[in-house]
Design a protein around this ligand. Structure first.
Ligand SMILES: Nc1ncnc2c1ncn2[C@@H]1O[C@H](COP(=O)(O)OP(=O)(O)O)[C@@H](O)[C@H]1O
Ligand SMILES: [Mg+2]
Length: 249
């Protein structure tokens, strides 16, 4: 059981953005992808989810042994892949509450849950959202932080097998970051996998990753543990460029 990419090359239009990515994540793991702005983090998230603008030109994506490289996004979602978007879009006319109700019903194998409303409201409250947010169109008129909370709430309630989070901590206050960390802990402790994508992982002050990848100019240039996060927090990403220069010499 794993989500893995094999020599994944991804292009947007004619431009290749990712040049051969090999990553993997197993059940119960938190893995982190760090990289500066423009390194290709969101492109990787979109390609994993199957967004049509991010074309896989070479390589494969394997989900629990199945090649999903050419499956459309909804088929990937059905197999347990979920993306917390960096910039969640507004969906007028679809209430957040409806999505959550359908998710819970699906998780219960189609059975109605009698106190579903109360459950959703109490979960939402824990995330920092009110009844009023649940009754609005998804993300319509939400602040940046509220949109992130809405996404995290979906992951918390849906509990997909593989959750990709694209900068879930950006635009959140300290309380929001703790909430993201708590949801990650909850997901991982129930055997889900979280692939956390970020350029500055404040959330890692609260939860330790199993593995860290550094993405730079469309390539994984380093991998390891918390020591990589600490170095990036201390020195930024500049040392990566320098160590690559040295290798070339
Ligand atoms: N939809 C797009 N159209 C054109 N260029 C894109 C698109 N998405 C990403 N890119 C380009 O790909 C590179 C990586 O972007 P992105 O994946 O968003 O990086 P990150 O998330 O690490 O900041 C950037 O040079 C960006 O301009
Ligand atoms: Mg991004």
């Amino acid at each position: 059981m794993a989500l893995r990419t094999i020599d994944l090359h991804v292009s947007v239009g004619d431009k290749e953005i990712l040049h051969g990515i090999n990553i993997e994540i197993h059940p119960g793991e938190l893995r982190v992808i760090m990289g500066p702005n423009g390194s290709g983090k969101t492109s990787l998230a979109m390609a994993l989810m199957g967004h049509s603008s991010y074309k896989v030109t070479k390589g494969r994506i394997i989900l629990d042994g199945e090649d999903i490289t050419s499956l459309p996004p909804h088929e990937r979602a059905l197999r347990g892949l979920f993306l917390v978007f960096q910039n969640p879009v507004e969906i007028p006319g679809v209430r957040l509450e409806e999505i959550l109700k359908l998710s819970i019903k699906k998780r219960l194998g189609g059975k109605e849950c009698p106190d579903i409303r109360e459950r959703i409201e109490s979960e939402a409250k824990m995330i920092g959202l009110t009844k009023e947010h649940l009754e609005r169109g998804v993300n319509v008129g939400f602040s940046g932080g509220e949109k992130k909370r809405g996404e995290i709430l979906q992951a918390k309630i849906l509990r997909p097998k593989y959750v990709i989070m694209d900068e879930p901590d950006s635009g959140l206050d300290v309380d929001g970051i703790r909430i993201v960390a708590d949801v990650i802990k909850e997901l991982v402790s129930t055997g889900r996998s979280v692939l956390l994508i970020t350029h500055y992982p404040r959330v890692l002050e609260y939860v330790e990753p199993d593995h860290v990848y550094v993405l730079y100019k469309g390539r994984i240039v380093a991998e390891g543990g918390m020591e990589l996060v600490e170095r990036i927090n201390r020195e930024g990403f500049k040392w990566i460029e320098e160590s690559r220069e040295e290798k070339k010499d």
